[in-house]
Unconditional design. Sequence first.
Lengths: 635, 362
Amino acid sequence: MSRQAHGRLRAGAVGGMLLIAAAFFAVALWTGDEAQAVITGRVGDPLVYPSPIELLYSPNGTQLYVLCNESDELRVLDASTGAAIKSIQVGHIPRGISLSPDGSRLFVTNTWDDTLSVIDTASLQVVAEWPVGAEPSSVIEDRGGKHLFVANRISNDVAVLNARTGAEEKRLAAGRGASYITPSPDGSRLYVTHVYPNPTPHRTAPESEITVIDTARAVVVDRIPLHSIAHSFHLTFSRDGRLGVVAEMHPKNLVPLAHLEHGGAFVDTLTLFGTDVGDKPVEVPLDELERYAARPFGVLITPDKKFLYVTSEGSEIVTVVDVPRLLRYIHTHQGPFAEDLSASGNYVVTRIAVGHDPRGMALSPDGSKLLVANRLEDTISVIDTHTNRLASTVRLAAPKQMSVLRHGEQTFYTARYSFQGQIACANCHIDSTFDGLQWDLEPDGFGRDIVDNRPIEDLKGTEPYKWNGGNPNLPTECGPRTEKYFWRSEQYDDLTLSDLVTYIQSLPPRPNRYKLPGYELTPAQERGKALFVRAVDKFGAPIPLTNRCVYCHSGPKGTNQKSFDVGTKKATDNPGLLDTPQLTNIALSAPYLHDGSASSLEEIWTVFNPEDKHGRTNDLTKDELNDLIEYLRTR
Amino acid sequence: MKRIFVTAFFLSASLLTSAAPADAPKAGAVPNMPRFRFENFSTANGLPDNHVYSVLVDGDRVWAGTNNGLGLYENGKWKVFTTKDGLAHRAVLSLALDKNTGDVWAGTMGGLSRISGGQIKTYTQLNSGLSNDVVYGVSIEGEDVWVATAAGACRLNLRTGAWDLYNERNTPMVEIWVYGVSATPTKVYFAVWGSGILEYDQKTKAWDKYEDPDGETELVLFKDQGLIHEITTSVSYVDHVLWAATYFGNSRYDGRYWHNFLMKDSGLPSNFTNAVKGVDANRAWFGTDNGLAYYDGTNWAVYRPSLTTHKPEMTVRDAAGHVTEIHVTSAPAHNYILGIDFQGKDIWVATAEGLSHGIFQP
């Protein structure tokens, strides 16, 4: 969306806030002409937008499947006219889609239901819904039709299902945040990428991996390390299988974020691997000075291996890479390349502006058109692959009005507000969650005041913010602080900041997978809860009120919203107390403590609580500590 | 007493000697016991250390847990994993294969490590729910990793990530020094040093305990009326039969009857047994301080370097107690045996002075 369009939005916002929007379901347009933005104002009511996130052509190329992330549906369009054929309701917040090798079935992963929808492509009916792991994010069926492989983001594994019955046969341990599965062109291997970094020693560079699965044996056979990579997304292969490419983010979290003006926050990169590359993977940047490619997500190589297309969510562009030039560059130049902002000029052909939050892509069967799903704009950009120019933009049937929440979400995901468009809120809050990293945020010297990134779900009632409790509310947290220390650039206008805050406050807690149905506690969780609320230690001595777990971590969110000294501050920390963090889904957000020095919940007490200042725990046996942790995992 | 035996467990075999069966060969048909050509590995040909605590066969691959790293033998070459690769500790005491996922689990002197796709993830008593960092045994059944440690047993559920600890507070365990574990879909058995055998029923979740009816003595007053001794070192549950090793003989239990094996009335080369691995309900291999022994349900065979000449030696003892020496040209690397695994008809043996591959000779 252009800045002029934003201006129109802002102008109409006051009136728009008072409007009650009627649901609007227009017939999808597929005219080939650039669609006009028909948004007329901003409204306070939450509206449900389709939010296309992935695209897929049907096996015969006559239909286009559009996976809609917010409206929980799979839309089926006529691939030539764009006419709506059907809307198929799937589970809550679908994220991944794939076709069975014989084309008879479509699979959709539903992230908040922990289910897999099976759709018959002939009847376009959901014929089965199978339970899988925690937050299933993508799915692939093997060539022989024996197994389905489902990447589960929260349980960090790949479920192997019987492809006929859906019965789960086993789970394969993947990396942290397993999210996207890509088969090799011959189908013999599956490659899994991950949106969160694997655990590493405190204050060391992040590490991720490509988990490689032998499809026939359904076992993990390799883990290709991705050094310095924290978040990786889609992976693709050239048709000949000689080149693999991963879209990824390379954070520079070991240096102060204040160095954004020196290109110091992230490098948006690709990792190349395979026979065309050599023995070791090679990381190459997409960024150039003032032309960043924030948050690469989708990758696609044309069948002739001439071009590589990459969507960048935050920069709202598709980067076009000349593949032969890219390969020539890495073989004729000395690496490492990742932080060389002059490198991409050697292989990037052009950057095509598309819509808000571009995600998945699909190449038309004849290869002439590249379709791009713009999630936060409900449009599909159509790129002419001969000219590498935007040919048209197609608007899906969607509410005409812009809601406060949608505008807030767009603000959260776009990188346009930061210095040279480098980063956005979503850079550190991957898909509105967290990043598993620790940052040196403020310009107080290298290595001072390191802070762990906290999740942002269910935030209402957990203020103040920052680990030092310095920001009393979200407008302060997201406004002046973000503008000064993070963006070092354009300030939000008041309404945009208000919309952003409203969006963040609207983020609900994800389902807690450690709770039993009905929220009953297991015996271990019950025992742990008793320890959490206890007032007397095992020797019969009273525990001072302020040294009981339940005192600081009180209330439904697990915080009394006050600051304390729990004995965890380091010599490199600035003076002051530490805010009590909320406990919502605490099991998911390792590492822990204000600086992320505890790699697990256990280490909070086995390593970092020698004087019982972080609750009375040193009287507990190992089994009792395990019980306490089992209870915490239900919060 | 306990300290003495633990010290002995880690001492090299050169310090440990014991009398061997001295029966002279008798005339008559010699039982046809399996013969092997032993190929021995040492640091000279790539093994990370000659002191090998454990061995695990994974198809064509062989893992060796040594005193100085974990070795993987594949395609004729050794690859070594060390603490620099994330291994919990250099001393790898136990190994187990997750047959579902292909992952390998290594119990070490400093925690539990999972090797998957060539990368290592480590669990310790500080960073996880693991009961203790000294992991003597590990066994995988379904989605559960069962662990024998120096401070009780525990179970990691791979699906939920939950740890369950088992010790004197919630089981009949008296001592908490758990040396071995064998997990199956129906039962899980633990060799508890000084506390006999502990049994966990997977269906009823109930615990049971098997102890030496003679108590904590080295006397055998009630042979075949229970476990041979409290100081157990290894268990193997196969075909609903429990094989148990102790420092004072070995036992077989079929759920109703016990049968004990002592050096004086069986073909065991020593009562001091570090490892047992059942082939089926009737056959088992024993790793002692005086050689490798095989029991086929009737007869015994012993494979070792001679205790006197150190030349390769194989002896066969029939049901009548007649011992026949078989001419062989190779033997396990050492007679102090710590671990056993099978590769088809071949056998792999962890010893105090190298890893041995017994290649079956038809």
